[in-house]
Design a protein around this ligand. Structure first.
Ligand code: KG4
Ligand code: ZN
Length: 362
């Protein structure tokens, strides 16, 4: 292990997000090392009692995959192998811990859902570190981890809480009754919201990953320029984004020379409109005490603004995690790992990675 030198085509980010220390009296464990390698971010973090970020290091492989217009699984797993050790060392040292014998209480790693080769790199390394340092290993569900990003900066969110979980692979409305206790309110029947952003961006030639690029392009566009469809708007809490993506592609083909900024802004408005309308319905159905957004798409400026306005209108507090905690990171994994350790205890070392792991509804 040595100092972190980003591989060619990768970039290193450090989070300075910190949370408040909660009023928990649980004596242990306090410090969790989190490891995240489910897709194309190699990340490690140290989090105290599920809420206070002591360090968070994310090495993005985005430039390695950009030439292919998406994540190439084989390339991703090889990059994780090279990046993980220096990223872990960096997270330990930034938290002021000894890199050879850190005073941590457990090692948590994402066990799914995700790319199997990528997951196995993080899970194997986390188990080896847990064995070497004689601390428990905790397997973490990546989707539950996204939700715990909210607790990193606001430990006292009120239940029942409605969570709009919007990432590259999932779009779900969840009710959280308590730590580890969830109900599924609705989800997408086809594409995830992030997938639609990525596909539309690729079609417009904006690049990859598409979400942040649509967000940026939309700033100069007119959101009312094109009235794209709002699929399944009147149908309860289920989502569908594949028809919206197809409608955008068809419209652009029929209007050569149209403004990409107008298309980006109008597409974004349609997608956000559906997300916010269904979230309003979920808040009312549940009688929720709070709202939180989670997942990469929760970094979207328009969605954040509309969600804040919705919470105001309904009269509930809303929590929007800082943008760097919305997209994949290991601080959220360490936070979810701490809570899971309290409820379920350590994960056996013979437990494997599960690429299609579902959200832990119970
Ligand atoms: O949660 P995440 O980092 O990874 C998954 O678990 O999937 O989410 C990645 C997704 C990608 O589809 C990306 O385009 C989208 O989040 N995303 C955004 C924004 N930032 C990331 N979508 C819209 N606006 C953004 N600012
Ligand atoms: Zn994710």
């Amino acid at each position: 292990m040595g100092d972190v030198t980003p591989l060619p085509g990768t970039a290193l980010f450090r989070s300075t997000s910190t949370g408040s220390v909660p009023g928990t009296s649980s004596p242990s464990p306090g410090l969790i090392l989190g490891v995240e390698t489910s897709c194309d971010e190699t990340a490690a973090a140290i989090v105290e009692r599920g809420t206070t970020v002591r360090s968070s290091v994310v090495s993005s492989q985005v430039d390695l995959h950009v030439r292919y217009g998406g994540v190439v699984p084989e390339v991703a797993s090889r990059a994780h192998v090279e990046l993980l050790n220096p990223v872990v060392v960096s997270a330990l040292e930034e938290a002021g811990l000894d890199r050879h014998a850190p005073a941590i209480d457990a090692v948590a790693a994402t066990v799914g859902p995700g790319l199997i080769g990528s997951l196995l790199v993080g899970v194997s390394a986390a188990k080896a570190m847990a064995l070497a340092w004689d601390v428990p290993f905790v397997g973490v569900n990546h989707l539950e981890a996204h939700l715990y990003a909210s607790f990193l900066a606001a430990a006292d969110l009120e239940f029942p809480m409605v969570v709009l979980l919007v990432s590259g692979g999932h779009t779900m409305l969840i009710v959280m009754h308590d730590h580890g206790s969830y109900g599924l309110l609705g989800q997408t029947v086809d594409d995830a919201a992030g997938e639609a952003f990525d596909k539309v961006a690729r079609f417009l030639g904006l690049g990859y990953p598409g979400g942040p690029l649509i967000d940026k392009a939309a700033v100069d566009g007119d959101a009312a320029a094109i009235r794209f469809p709002r699929p399944m708007m009147d149908e309860g809490l289920v989502f569908s984004f594949s028809g919206l993506k197809t409608a955008v592609v068809r419209w652009v083909k029929e209007h050569p020379g149209c403004s990409s900024a107008d298309v980006a802004a109008s597409f974004q408005e349609a997608a956000v409109d559906v997300l916010v309308t269904k979230t309003r319905r979920a808040l009312q159905q549940v009688g929720a005490s709070s709202l939180c957004l989670a997942g990469g798409v929760a970094a979207n400026s328009r969605l954040r603004a509309r969600a804040a306005a919705l919470a105001d209108e309904v009269g509930v507090p809303v929590f929007l995690p800082p943008r760097d905690l919305c997209t994949d990171n290991a601080a959220m994994v360490a936070a979810a790992g701490w809570w899971r350790l309290q409820s379920d205890g350590p994960t056996p070392l013979d437990a494997g990675a599960v690429p299609s792991l579902a959200f832990p509804i119970r």
